[in-house]
Design a protein around this ligand. Sequence first.
Ligand code: TYD
Length: 214
Amino acid sequence: MSGRFISFEGPDGAGKTSVLNNIRQALINQLGTQVLYTREPGGNQIAEQIRAVLLDKQNTAMDDWTEAFLYAASRRQHVVQTLKPALEAGKLILCDRYLDSSIAYQGGGRNLGVDKIWELNQYAIDGLLPDLTIFLDLPVETGLARIEKGRAETINRLDEQTVNFHRRVRQAYLTLQERFPDRIVKINADQDLNQVIEDVHRAIHARYDDLFTK
Ligand code: TYD
């Protein structure tokens, strides 16, 4: 496979959407149709249908393992139908969340165990790991405060369960980064957005020097 695969990860409130919008536009300007932007859960019709079930606020009765299987199922469809063909066609993939989200949220956050979620997802990813993962990291309190901004309640009133969930998510991401320091680049997201964007650009250029020197 001749393409390249970058995933973007991070806890809620890290500014991933703003960062990705900028990076995506800049890379499309430089590389044109060679760039494929996609996301998880979702990325194609079947996977987006699974996304709708996962993110439906009415599905409060969803079992944690059901959730983990559905994320893995949407990922499998994404890998087979979208990601692998794009890599074979030589594209540069920008993927908003991938495997590490399941490790962090289901394995860590939901306490299902990072090793079990890793194992489950082997069936989904079929050997496909990103060659670069941009991990936007920031303290849990800062991320949650950003999300809560403008709402009546403050971070102090967020229930302990929510805060602890996000602590486990962050911890799982940090452990993953230590385990895969070559693949996962940690970016400090607790700084000015323009600085974060600049750091991400630098990380991508450092990894894919050849793409930008033509
Ligand atoms: P999304 O609206 O894309 O949120 P964000 O802007 O934070 O990426 O919803 C994705 C949500 O799904 C997010 O809260 C993280 C969660 N998620 C998992 O729990 N496991 C996974 O494997 C993936 C891909 C996402």
